[in-house]
Design a protein around this ligand. Structure first.
Ligand code: NI
Length: 257
């Protein structure tokens, strides 16, 4: 079995003490590839650094909407530099977050827009975060239609209507630990209707830990539990699910994985 965790924050300080063991446990579980996602400039630098240390680990670089207020010309230039590093596969995570509103919405829109354009210039796909901002995220993305190399709505939490919109736009749907939670019936319906060739699996660790480790720190090895639940919903084997989603990740990230 060959699994890919397409969204992990091994650059979070919660992994500072035991990163080698975390990566080793992932490999032992069949997680052959891990994509470490940046969320501001320092964490993007850290993602690139971690990717350079481990064979199967790759990076994305980008500024999360939480940090949009700090995005200036210098940050932009640093992202451009980082994006040219060997193992950088995408720009992300970027997007809008109206739940926390940690940056003014005006800044969030501006910075999301700038990074979508940057990704297109660089020929890279984008990893998109959307929280309580789904209509606005889809509006921004539709303005860039035709100028997006690939897009995943990471940690998808919308309904079937939104999933339909995302799929019609040609984007991928990222599924995380909440799919294993009892209350996630809406998300199960999304997974049931989503074609197998448009699903990506991700942990978003150290957050959103799947059952049976819910409440503890999440890590890439646990992407297995997400794969198991999706396989159950799709009525296929976990091996079939692993093959399909790993193939999707390879296509999405441009075959480098
Ligand atoms: Ni994330």
């Amino acid at each position: 079995m060959y699994l890919i965790d397409t969204h992990a924050h091994l650059n979070d300080e919660q992994f500072a003490q035991d990163l080698d063991n975390v990566v080793a446990r992932a490999v032992d579980t069949g997680v052959e590839r891990i994509v470490v996602c940046g969320y501001d400039v320092p964490s993007s630098e850290q993602a690139v650094k971690i990717a350079s240390r481990f064979n199967g680990v790759f990076a994305t670089v980008g500024v999360h909407p939480h940090d949009a207020k700090n995005y200036d010309e210098q940050a932009h230039q640093r992202l451009v530099e980082l994006s040219r590093e060997d193992k950088v596969l995408a720009i992300g995570e970027i997007g809008l977050d109206f739940h926390y509103d940690l940056s003014p919405r005006e800044d969030q829109f501006k910075v999301f827009d700038a990074q979508i354009s940057l990704a297109w210039e660089l020929g890279l796909p984008i990893v998109v975060h959307s929280r309580e901002s789904n209509p606005e995220v889809m509006q921004v993305l539709s303005r860039h239609a035709g100028n997006i190399r690939g897009c995943v709505i990471h940690c998808f939490s919308g309904d079937e209507g939104l999933a339909r919109e995302v799929l019609d736009a040609g984007f991928y749907i990222g599924i995380d630990g909440p799919i294993t939670y009892k209350a996630s019936q809406k998300l199960r319906r999304v997974v049931a209707m989503c074609p197998l060739d448009r699903l990506l699996i991700e942990t978003d660790c150290p957050y959103l830990t799947p059952v049976p480790y819910r409440g503890k720190r999440n890590e890439p090895a646990y992407v297995k539990f997400i794969a198991e639940e999706i396989a159950r919903i799709k009525e296929i084997t976990i091996e079939e699910l692993a093959e399909a989603t790993s193939n999707n990740a390879r296509i999405f990230f441009g075959g480098i994985l």
